[in-house]
Design a protein around this ligand. Structure first.
Ligand code: G16
Length: 543
């Protein structure tokens, strides 16, 4: 097969965001758009000739088309082996594991995560490096730079690979191997957790409701929970990945997984409820009668991880993104291990995990994971919870109550203002930045501002620095609000406001979150002028 060099011209908008390039499907369908980005990835890498590349996605609309394109281009660019998940499916954590297990040079993951899918919805392309994790900023910056100057891409003429049958096909100089997308990942989970104990818990009548949101975790959850752990058929709901996620928004939060949440708050609720997002890296944990915030889940998992065989040796450290609540900090303190505070984006955990400085990581955006892969991992969080519940034999509610009684409680909420005019959002942030120096000492109602800054991160492993990662307003007594613009949206800007109030262990631990943070919510408007800048009087999503 002859390699073809196709002339192309740059698109100006291929700057990767928090997690790869995410755009509407019609944007990706422009002739040359996906090809330019894939070639920009390859042009930014060195030394992959003859090596392996993993390709997979979350099954959303346009997944199969871009997989065929990426296969031809990877072969034309000189990769020797291309591993593709059957059906074009690989959850993000499974892709991370496959990259690591087979010693691949890297991987291309096709997903827009929790964003909706379909002909006019979202699509995305992300590159992961050989440690299985998202490419660090120096690579994503190089990809963007290349995309602005690209003049040609390489491909070859070859028929589509049959993605639905395991086996090997030769494409140009490369072998394309279609693999079972679930088996390797399920084996990894079995090596970390006490499946016998979880099976015994389920056998005792413990009921689980897992909502895969018609997204990629369906086959994984069905294999692990129903086949390997013996949960009854029907435990996994919406378990077949659909290109448009059934018309739903595959974001496991209280808005989009409301049916599950309502059921978990009902009289005959199952003992444990969970949901996962489009590409399987996020998780929602709901016990009978209790929603566990992602920040609390991170803290509770870290405090109990030693109960699972994979973590019995203890944790080296805990890492959390800056806007994630400080609940995990108190656990790290009690365990006598370091706590790392990074910018938003899983890519910032990679160095800490590779260097053995952190074992468990988490983010307020429903992501938790560990050093078993280099992505956050929704089903991993579900299984660690189940392992802990199987050992402790207490309800989620009892575990949370004991946790707060020991460490205190971080009441926490995130307010999102979506689809805001980008110029108005930028103006809000610019104005806030300009006021930072004058804020300490200011009183707003009963609250007094202790410190205010624009978060910057110095990576302790490679010394790289990332600035402007979110504005922090810290109040006396340990409460805070954080302002930042999302890096994953695809229309306009999304302003995220993170609100947190710390209640010590001897305080009132049983309040409604909304009540506990009401004074902080009022302070947000006084500090940032969201209504003045955007015309919005209320957030679109509260999680
Ligand atoms: C991605 C990143 C996460 C980040 C989240 C939210 O998640 O991998 O690290 O926390 O976006 O980012 P932002 O606040 O910038 O929208 P996912 O699940 O979308 O890949």
């Amino acid at each position: 097969m002859t390699i073809r060099e196709v002339a192309t011209t740059p698109f100006p908008d291929q700057k990767p965001g928090t997690s790869g390039l995410r755009k509407k499907v019609p944007v990706f369908q422009q002739p040359g758009y996906a090809e330019n980005f894939v070639q920009s990835i390859f042009d930014s890498l060195d030394g992959f000739s003859g090596k392996a590349l993993v390709i997979g996605g979350d099954g959303r609309f346009y997944n199969r088309e871009v997989i065929q394109t990426a296969i031809r281009m990877a072969a034309a660019n000189g990769f020797g082996l291309i591993l593709v998940g059957r059906g074009g499916i690989l959850s993000t954590p499974a892709a991370s594991h496959v990259i690591r297990k087979y010693g691949a040079f890297g991987g291309i993951i096709l997903s827009a995560s929790h964003n909706p899918g379909g002909p006019t919805e979202d699509f995305g392309i992300k590159y992961n490096i050989s440690n299985g994790g998202p490419a660090p900023e120096k690579i994503t910056d190089a990809i963007f730079a290349r995309s602005t100057a690209i003049a040609r891409y390489l491909t070859l003429d070859a028929p589509d690979v049959d993605l639905d049958r395991d086996g090997e096909t030769i494409v140009g100089g490369a072998t394309v191997r279609v693999i079972d997308p679930v088996a390797d990942y399920a084996g990894l989970m079995e090596s970390l957790f006490d499946f016998d104990a979880i099976r015994a818990l389920i056998g005792s009548g413990f009921r689980i409701a897992m909502d895969s949101m018609s997204a990629v975790t369906g086959p994984y959850a069905t294999e692990i929970l129903e086949r390997r752990l013996g949960a009854p058929a029907g435990t996994v709901r919406n378990g077949v990945p659909l290109p448009d996620f059934g018309g739903h928004h595959p974001d496991p939060n209280l808005i989009h997984a409301k049916a599950l949440y309502d059921e978990m708050m009902g009289a005959d609720a199952p003992d444990f409820g969970a949901a996962s997002d489009g590409d399987g890296d996020r998780n929602l944990i709901v016990g009978k009668g209790i929603f566990v915030t992602p920040s609390d889940s991170l803290a509770m998992l870290a405090a109990n991880a030693h109960l699972a065989p994979g973590y019995a040796r203890g944790l080296a450290g805990i890492a959390r993104s800056m806007p994630t609540s400080g609940a995990a900090d108190r656990v790290a303190d009690a365990l006598g291990i370091p706590l790392f505070e990074t910018p938003t984006g899983w890519k910032f955990f990679g160095n800490l995990l590779d260097a053995g400085k952190a074992t468990i990581c988490g983010e307020e955006s429903a992501g938790t994971g560990s050093d078993h892969v280099r992505e956050k991992d929704g089903l991993w969080a579900v299984l660690l919870w189940l392992n802990i519940l199987a050992v402790r034999r207490q309800s989620v509610q009892a575990i949370a109550a004991e946790h707060w009684a020991r460490f205190g409680r971080n009441y926490y909420a995130r307010h999102d203002y979506e689809g805001v005019d980008a110029a108005a959002a930028d103006a809000l942030m610019t104005e806030l930045r300009a006021r930072l120096a004058g804020l300490p000492g200011t009183a707003i109602g009963v609250l007094r501002i202790e410190a205010a800054d624009d978060f910057a991160y110095l990576d302790p492993v490679d010394g790289s620095e990332s600035r402007h990662q979110g504005i922090r307003i810290l109040f006396e007594g340990g409460s805070r609000t954080v302002f930042r613009l999302s890096g994953t949206g695809t229309s306009g800007a999304t302003i995220r406001v993170y609100i947190e109030r710390y209640e010590p262990a001897d305080g009132d631990l049983g309040r409604q979150t909304g009540d506990a943070i009401a004074d902080l919510i009022a302070a947000v408007e006084a500090i940032a002028g969201i209504t003045r800048h955007t015309g919005r009087t209320a957030p679109d999503v509260v999680t």
